[in-house]
Design a protein around this ligand. Structure first.
Ligand code: IPE
Ligand code: IPE
Ligand code: MG
Length: 254
């Protein structure tokens, strides 16, 4: 899209939002690629390719809207239970995407990070992930977290293991363990918790995404399948979010 048309489109979207009260951290369960392809009589991996195009658009637009942190659920630890043909194709797609998007993301000042377990991922993908992370580490624009081989329970298990090691080494007193200790041992301890958690394709579940951080996230679900998701729908979710009263357990007068 030409830059002028892109700017006009983003300006229209921004006018719908209270820019002083944007969610700092938006997390998305990008679901429905398989169903999107199936409805068209195409193989599931075709849907993943279309989903990748949506990722490109949403990342670009989220940054322009002014979102600080965007976390996308790309591949869960449970997704290894899928047929090998699909997981192989997904690994290739993620690697190719990381390689071909790096330059533009870097030019747009995006800081790329990965959340998840490295073990089990192909070495060539890990190399691309490390390259993208290192090259963009000092960027100050949108922080893009890509959850690859991610599980919310795996994240907590990894954190508990590292706390236990410190307890065994005498660095942490077990009696002094608080919620802050656990938060400090998650995959991205320096980032704010998700404020808005979006799920596409209609399912009303977390599927093991960001279990610790989403304790008080506002949940927003659309029936739209991920390849059909748009920035207009992202804006719908933000408008809805801005109309909600977040109480965090307190009594808040409307
Ligand atoms: C989400 O789409 C992408 C990944 C899990 C990698 P799905 O592949 O889960 O699509 P559906 O849920 O089968 O439609
Ligand atoms: C969640 O979707 C994982 C990703 C979007 C990567 P799934 O499609 O794996 O979740 P379930 O199996 O429907 O719960
Ligand atoms: Mg799914």
């Amino acid at each position: 899209m030409p830059a002028i048309a892109q700017n006009a489109r983003i300006d229209t979207i921004k006018k719908r939002l209270d820019l002083s009260r944007l969610p700092a951290h938006v997390a998305i369960i990008t679901d429905g690629n398989g169903r999107w392809a199936k409805r068209r009589g195409m193989p599931r991996i075709y849907g993943h390719g279309e989903g990748y195009k949506t990722v490109r658009q949403i990342v670009r637009d989220a940054g322009e809207i002014g979102i600080r942190v965007l976390t996308l659920y790309v591949f869960s630890v449970e997704n290894w239970k899928r047929p090998k043909t699909e997981t192989d194709a997904l690994m290739r797609l993620i690697e190719q995407a990381a390689r071909s998007e790096l330059r533009e993301l870097h030019e747009n000042n995006v800081q790329i990070r990965f959340l998840g377990r490295r073990e089990g991922l192909p070495d060539s993908l890990i190399a691309e992930m490390d390259r993208a992370t290192a090259q963009t580490a000092k960027n100050t624009g949108l922080i893009l977290n890509l959850a690859v081989n991610y599980g919310g329970r795996a994240e907590l298990a990894d954190g508990v293991r590292s706390i236990a090691r410190k307890v065994a080494a005498g660095e942490i007193d077990p009696e002094a363990i608080t919620e802050e200790t656990i938060a400090a041992h998650t995959y991205a301890p320096d980032l704010p918790d998700p404020d808005l958690l979006i799920r596409t394709a209609g399912e009303m579940r977390f599927s093991n995404f960001l279990l610790w951080g989403s304790a008080y996230a506002e949940f927003w679900v659309t029936q739209t399948l991920w390849p059909d998701f748009t920035t207009e729908l992202l804006a719908d979710a933000i408008v809805d979010f801005q109309g909600r009263v977040r109480k965090f357990g307190m009594v808040v007068d409307p």
